[in-house]
Design a protein around this ligand. Structure first.
Ligand code: LLP
Length: 453
């Protein structure tokens, strides 16, 4: 792996100044490791690319919602894009000012709407007219007014994985543009609601700028039209979705490509495109990047438990599983797999299947992946695991959640310890009919008789 933040030094893979094998000794495997310099770099590069525009960068917490990650961005001036009361609370707890928080999502509950209102957030991105009605009720009942951006569905195909594309007319997201237009023109005053802007988000892991251009042009045309018709709009939310490179290391098809540089170039092109489109527009802007800011700032480190040959296939069984990192299972996502000890120059690559211990075949990280020789006990890293990785983890097979470590220079901190078994099991409760001492059939019968009396 060769990016600026995770690279070999003296034959050992490091996060900035910390060898990952030393972290494995300290916290055990599997574990997630993030690099603070990488987080700061990606944020600063994005902010610099947009500098001069009246923009709020609302980090999409869903990509990685560890307090330490959010706080790193908050200190740099970031806002937050949240999609649940849990994320709202995480953002506020990490120090994101409420006036920099946008609340998105197709299914906000009345309680969540109330929580956003009470916190005093920047805006609700409303995704249906039914939600708008509900928000109006909740706001009116609280004697307040809700700031709203209507999320418009621009009917643009982002050309990304079907499970993460959101801007087509057949997706569940947003309001049909013509319907939004007709509604807003016909309903200038809505008690409890202040329509302040329009929002769009067409999907995630976009590597092409063109779908953005198309979607933004449509959004801006609608914005201009509504403003000309006298609506007091003032904000455009361009969503997130800028893709990162998942193939960048010495073992990838692209060779030792520089993924940091690649993402930087994409950001620069994106920002230039936005600048061109918004020239002379009376609006301020919200951006909701998630993956771009965290994706390549993290790795998942795992240890090889067993190597076995089944007929023609060689299986490398590691101690991380689909419960830790589900992207390969869910999206056929490709994560580079890199040994923590640098392979000898010219080491022969052999295709292997890298799998986890979970009892289903879908617990497979990679099939027929060419890897240098791998032995039991070796440590491997899955790269690009800063986004949608730990946050999508579960305790399936009763495997406790892995710890998260943040490195800064030559220091590190465990920013979430490994879940212990007591915590995991202790969440369960026995119902009273199982908690009692005597649950003989005779007792059950007596209980039923009592209940019937
Ligand atoms: N804004 C909205 C309204 C979104 O729905 C999303 C992501 C974002 C912003 C941030 O998108 P980003 O900049 O991170 O692409 N679990 C999937 C990705 C799901 C993305 C959902 N929405 C994955 O692992 O690829």
């Amino acid at each position: 792996m060769s990016n600026r933040y995770f690279s070999y030094r003296d034959g050992r893979l490091q996060a900035s100044g910390v060898p990952l094998d030393a972290l494995a000794e300290a916290v055990g495997t599997p574990f997630y490791c993030y690099d603070a310099d990488a987080l700061e770099h990606s944020y600063s590069h994005f902010a610099t690319a947009l500098s001069g525009l009246p923009a709020t960068i609302c980090y999409a917490l869903k990509a990685n919602s560890n307090q330490a990650v959010i706080a790193t961005f908050a200190r740099l001036g970031a806002g937050a894009d949240v999609v649940s009361e849990g994320e709202l609370r995480r953002a506020l707890t990490a120090g994101v000012p409420a006036r920099k928080i946008v609340f998105a999502g197709v299914g906000k509950t009345p309680r969540e709407l109330a929580a956003g209102l009470d916190a005093g957030i920047l805006q609700f991105n409303v995704e249906s007219l039914s939600e708008l009605k509900r928000l109006a009720e909740v706001a009116t009942a609280r004697g307040t007014t809700a700031p709203v951006a209507l999320r418009v569905n621009p009917d643009v195909d982002a050309g990304t994985h079907a499970k993460i594309t959101t801007g087509r007319a057949d997706s569940k997201f947003g309001i049909d543009a013509a319907e939004a237009r007709a509604f807003l023109l016909a309903n200038r005053e809505i008690p409890g609601i202040r329509i302040e802007g329009l929002a769009v988000h067409i999907g995630s892991q976009l590597t092409d700028i063109q779908p953005y251009r198309l979607a933004f042009e449509r959004l801006i045309a609608l914005y201009r039209e509504l403003k000309t018709a006298g609506l007091p709009l003032k904000r455009l939310d361009f969503g997130g979705g800028i893709g990162i490179s998942y193939r960048h290391g010495p073992l990838s098809e692209n060779g030792a490509g520089e993924e940091v540089g690649e993402a930087d170039a994409r950001v620069t092109a994106y920002a230039e495109m936005v600048r061109g489109l918004v020239q002379g527009l009376d609006a301020d802007f919200v951006f909701e990047p998630g993956r771009l800011l965290v994706g390549n700032a993290g790795v998942l480190v795992t240890r090889v438990l067993y190597v076995k040959d089944n007929g023609p296939r060689r299986f490398v069984i590691v101690d991380a599983a689909m419960n830790d990192l589900i992207r390969p299972t869910l999206y056929d996502a490709w994560h580079e797999i890199v040994p923590l000890t640098q392979p000898a120059a010219g080491a022969a690559l052999r295709p292997v299947d890298v799998v986890g211990p979970i009892c289903e075949s879908s617990d497979t990280f990679a099939r027929e992946r060419p890897l240098p020789p791998v032995a039991e006990g070796d440590l491997l890293a899955f790269s690009s695991a800063g986004a949608y990785s730990f946050v999508m983890a579960s305790t399936y097979n009763s495997r406790p959640l892995a710890p998260e470590v943040l490195v800064r220079g030559d220091r590190y901190a465990v920013v979430r310890p490994r879940m212990d078994y007591e915590t995991m099991i202790g969440q369960d409760r026995l119902p009273d009919w199982l908690a009692g001492q005597d649950d003989s059939p005779r007792q059950r019968k007596a209980g039923r008789a009592r209940g019937a009396a």
